[in-house]
Every structure is written in structure tokens, then in C-alpha cells.
Design a protein around this ligand. Structure first.
Ligand code: GCO
Length: 243
């Protein structure tokens, strides 16, 4: 199950998981976008199912998850790739923007992960959760306070859930991407000064592609990562290793 599965890192992850033999369920808000993503995966001979869910409405997630399991079965892998961004200085950001960002990026990760884990525990099956964190899990940039708080929480939540569910064989890790060329960052890529800053600040001197985040997610979902849990792995071109 891949949230944010209709575009960006989520869709790239769906491709990589599908190519690796997983049955994929795409989750996103828009049915139209999900249909488009399903068609794109079909051209890669990946037969994905999908289910629409507005992760801002965190109270509705549990009922939606039960419906999803009734339709597709209990998933073994959950990738929390859905994320929204609302940029603006903390003095100007609206409280509703703050609430939306924390709902989708953090509370929905908590709630959906609990639904997923409860299902596996009831079936006495093991499983894996991979959360998509961020550079903002470790550091801040001016004007993205809600996103930074939400992704900082994702980093610690990853560790907390890993410790809670280790006895059940449910492993929880996070991939923290650097700057990735996705729709979420379109405005930043179009800003020549920002683009130049990213290329100068990143030791590899470029933006990442979504695939470069997707395959480390597949690694964490695979048997090769069966002794890794509670980790936040920075896939950032060296960004966090230099000042
Ligand atoms: C921003 C970007 C970042 C990236 C990513 C970096 O406004 O700075 O949206 O937050 O999306 O999270 O790791």
C-alpha cells in the first residue's frame, strides 16, 4: 500500500515495488489521478489497484482502511509517501494550512500505520512500514515551519512505532530524501536562484529523481533489511554530511 501513490515519490515507489514483484495498492485523494497512475503502471506491465482517501480527514482513515482490506486484503508493506507542503513565514501561515500539513504528513501516518499494524497483529503476520521523511526531519529552512514540524515528528514517530511493534515483527523505517524533482517542488525548481542554491549546497550538485528515493524504499521493504528498524536513512546526495 503506497499513499501519495498517484505521483512523485509515491508513484515511483509503486513502479519499483511492482517491478520487484509486489502487488500494489495506490492511495491518493483524487480518483482521476489514481486512474492515470494505474494506466501508467499498466504500460510497465504492473497491475495496480487503487483506493481514494483524503488523508486530511484523519477520523475517516480507520473506516476507509477496513473497506480497503475487504477489497484488496491486508497489506504486508505500507509506504507513507503522501505529503503536502504549505510554504509561508510562521507569522503569516494560516492555522488551517498548519493543521492540513500536520494532518496529512504526521497524524495520517500515525493513524494509517496503526490500522496497518493492528491488521497484521490480528493475523500474526510480519510487515514493514517505510515513511517518507525529509531533510526537514533534521534541519529547517526559512518559511516551511509546518512541513518542518511535521517531518521532524515523522522521524521520531518512525522510531517510536519501531519500538512498539518490534515484538510483532513489524519493522518501521524512514527514508529522508534531499531535494527531489517532483510536482511538490515545481515552484522551487522554476526559481533560478533556488535551483542554483540546491545544486551548490548538495555535494552531488543536483536534484534527485523520484526513482533514486523509490529503490531505497524497496530495499527497506525487502528481506535484505530484516534487521533494520527505527532508522531514518538520508538519501540526500550528501546534503546532511556537509555544512
Ligand atoms: C521546501 C521543499 C522541501 C522538500 C524536501 C526536502 O520547500 O524546502 O518542499 O521540504 O520537499 O522535503 O527534503
Amino acid at each position: 500500500m503506497v499513499t501519495g501513490g498517484s505521483r512523485g515519490i509515491g508513484l515511483a515507489t509503486a513502479h519499483a515495488l511492482g517491478e520487484s514483484g509486489a502487488r500494489v495498492i495506490l492511495v491518493a485523494r483524487s480518483l482521476e489521478a489514481l486512474n492515470r497512475a494505474q494506466e501508467e503502471l499498466k504500460t510497465a506491465r504492473i497491475d495496480a489497484g487503487y483506493s481514494a482517501c483524503d488523508l486530511r480527514d484523519t477520523d475517516s482513515i480507520a473506516a476507509w482502511f477496513d473497506k480497503c482490506v475487504a477489497q484488496f486484503g491486508q497489506p504486508d508493506i505500507l509506504v507513507n509517501a503522501a505529503g503536502i507542503q504549505r510554504r509561508g513565514l510562521a507569522t503569516e501561515l494560516s492555522l488551517s494550512d498548519w493543521n492540513d500539513v500536520l494532518a496529512v504528513n504526521t497524524t495520517a501516518v500515525f493513524e494509517l500505520s496503526r490500522c496497518f499494524a493492528r491488521g497484521l497483529i490480528a493475523l500474526e503476520r510480519k510487515g514493514k512500514i517505510i515513511n517518507i521523511a525529509s531533510l526537514m526531519t533534521a534541519a529547517a529552512r526559512r518559511g516551511v515551519s509546518a512541513y518542518t514540524a511535521s517531518k521532524g515528528a515523522v522521524g521520531q514517530l518512525t522510531k517510536a512505532l519501531a519500538v512498539d511493534w518490534a515484538p510483532h515483527g513489524i519493522l518501521v523505517n524512514a527514508i529522508a530524501p534531499g531535494y527531489v524533482a517532483t510536482e511538490l517542488n515545481e515552484a522551487l525548481m522554476a526559481d533560478a536562484a533556488f535551483d542554483e542554491w540546491v545544486k551548490k549546497r548538495c555535494p552531488l550538485g543536483r536534484w534527485a529523481t523520484p526513482d533514486e528515493i523509490a529503490w531505497p524504499v524497496v530495499f527497506l521493504a525487502s528481506l535484505a533489511a530484516d534487521f533494520i528498524t527505527g532508522q531514518v536513512i538520508y538519501v540526500d546526495g550528501g546534503w546532511m554530511s556537509t555544512f
